[in-house]
Design a protein. Structure first.
Length: 276
């Protein structure tokens, strides 16, 4: 998308794919509105908008970069297809404005790349976007965090084995290496917004941030199993997706069995009526 200020001093976004223009001036932070904005400020916002709407993995190569071998990071254009900005041939101006408003809400602390991308997976998800972003800075309830830790800890500690502070630190670090794409060297330094994004991507938290206890227990069983091997976010995601496929096949099989049973019952009722 391209950005400019129109003749009425309003900030406007122009779609690259459709050449359609959307006024976004009224959903920007006050300091960035066209009548008072400095060009460098609006350019910075535009840059942050693209980063916030980028898919996950934008900065994957940065961790291994060095001064002599820096990472090349290309900020991609806004994916209008992923964000459903054209539907049934009609350009969705309000969705553009919702995306801008979502980043404007957190102008000084934008959500990390991939966070908004993972929220918007279908058009109806736009209704959840603002409430989820409002919750980002709200601390998780203590009971919720305790539930997560209790569910994710190794079986021996769930069965009564005493845990030292050293054991606890080691356990948390291992869990972080499983549930975060880029785990920090010290678990206490984990960014809460990034952690929420990754847990939502794994399905361990729902679209509004609530803990999925059933899925967390499933993940814990795998993490501490003999077959798990070295911690890997990608490996855990693949395994969880495989369980989803199994569950879907099981559900489909149960549905088919129920349908056959109903069909057989209908046939038996018809035969019963004929015998009368």
């Amino acid at each position: 998308m391209q950005l400019y200020i129109n003749d009425d001093k309003q900030v406007v976004l122009k779609s690259d794919n459709t050449d359609i223009h959307t006024i976004i001036d009224d959903v920007l932070p006050p300091v960035l509105k066209g009548k008072r904005v400095k060009s460098e400020d609006i350019e910075e916002f535009f840059y942050r908008l693209h980063i916030a709407l980028a898919p996950p993995g934008l900065f994957d190569g940065v961790n291994n970069a060095t001064k002599d071998s820096p990472a090349n990071v290309t900020i991609p254009p806004i994916d209008e297809g992923h964000y459903f900005l054209l539907e049934n041939g009609v350009f969705q101006h309000e969705r553009v404005r919702d995306l801008v408003k979502a980043v404007a809400m957190r102008w000084h602390k934008p959500p990390p790349p991939g966070f908004i991308w993972n929220i918007i997976t279908r058009p109806d998800d736009y209704g959840q976007l603002e409430p989820i972003l409002e919750r980002l800075d709200i601390p998780e309830p203590q009971s919720d965090m305790l539930d997560f830790v209790n569910i994710m800890m190794p079986p021996e500690y769930q069965n009564g084995k005493a845990m030292t502070s050293e054991n606890a630190d080691e356990m948390v670090q291992v869990i972080m290496r499983w549930v975060l794409r880029e785990p920090p060297a010290n678990a206490k330094e984990a960014d809460k917004a990034i952690m929420k994004r990754d847990l939502m991507d794994l399905g361990l938290r729902g679209i509004t941030g609530e803990l999925d206890k059933r899925r967390a227990k499933l993940a814990a069983q795998y993490i501490w199993s003999a077959d798990a091997g070295e911690p890997s976010y990608a490996k855990l995601k693949i395994w969880l997706n495989a369980q989803d496929s199994k569950d879907m096949k099981t559900a489909q099989a149960k549905t088919k069995t129920a349908q056959k049973k109903k069909k057989m019952q209908r046939k038996q009722r018809k035969l019963g009526r004929k015998r009368r």
